[in-house]
Design a protein around this ligand. Sequence first.
Ligand code: AMP
Ligand code: ZN
Ligand code: ZN
Length: 411
Amino acid sequence: MVDMLPLCCARADVAGSLEPYMKVTLRNPDRTELIDGPMSVAAVLDRLDVDPETVLVISGGALVTKDHVLPADAEVEVRPVISGGAGPARCHACERTAVIEIRRHHAAWCAEHFVDHIRGQVRTAIDRLAMVSYDERILVAVSGGKDSLALWDVLLDMGYRVDGLYVGLGIGTYSSRSEQRVRDFADRRQVRLHTVDLADEYGYDVPAASALRRRSSCGVCGLSKRYAFNRIAVEQGYDVMATGHNLDDEAATLLGNVLRWQTPMLARQSPCLPARDGMSRKIKPLYRLGERETAAYCVIKGVDYVVEECPMVAGNTVLRYKDALNDLERHSPGTKAAFLFGYLERARDRHFAADEHDATEVVACGRCGQPTGLRDPGRAHADPLCAFCRTRDRVLAVIEQPGGVSVGAPP
Ligand code: AMP
Ligand code: ZN
Ligand code: ZN
């Protein structure tokens, strides 16, 4: 950076006569530097610490090259040609220095306007799909990770009536740290938190379920969480159940379903599923935001979340789909959003609606009373058991075997 000089393009030399300064205009941000010329273009750029490969230099309306010597009274423009390559990025909304750039949006934001961007995307999601109204009560499932804590925070700031639900999965220190983050958030914001501990409530935890054959512990974990979410939402009279699934999660799920043409799953994939037969309405208000955005939101808002990943998730296929999509996104920003939004807005109802044909009759589970689909509605079922109760029976049987796994063991 050159020394600051008064903004007049002349100086007094020893003899007292006025001699001109070279006036150099720079962009992003716009500013003017005064330089003592004559001097070559290369030397001027060097003085200003500008990479010659990232700019065009214009003097007297014409381009000039590095070797060109600029006269002492020259008026010069140094014009950046690589976006983001010259100086710090500026906020899209206010021109202040940006703290984050999102290539998919071709935009950068300062902290304040980034928070506005996040709220704007949640607003669009809620309004487009009529997810929830201000007089309804929301139960948000919070894992202690960035997405669900960001979601709880945004919904509270937007003025919604929203309580939290944490499900204790018993995955060693990962679970205890996660629970602590959720409790800290609830205390700080003075909001209501429900907790369900799988071991206390149902007699098993997720590490114990890894002893099951033919069913992954991630599968049992997902089933147990969905069961607890719905049960608490319905029993406690919430109008809607919200989860922190984001754009990356939803695009990865879509890719997995497309790769195997899981048409019933494709037909049902939606950020807003209406309530039916004892199932609460389910919404995913973050489906328009990537995980980098939710993480940045937490950092900016001072929301402390668990950064470590679940230790049991390694090798999970969804993670492989995320990697594949991230690779495409790196070369072509916007691919993920185009894939997901295009599917939801243009392809699902047009091409997959018929696949939803849900002939399954929904009845109450004979043991727990939660809704479950009858696979074979024509046949008489004395006491239909829901998938959760059936799986739980199997896990408890493994635990109770002599020398079987114990609940509360580290994962
Ligand atoms: P995951 O299935 O881990 O990707 O999480 C998806 C969403 O489920 C999160 O954004 C949360 O809303 C919710 N969730 C996951 N784990 C828990 C948990 N232990 N307790 C409550 N909600 C959870
Ligand atoms: Zn700004
Ligand atoms: Zn049941």
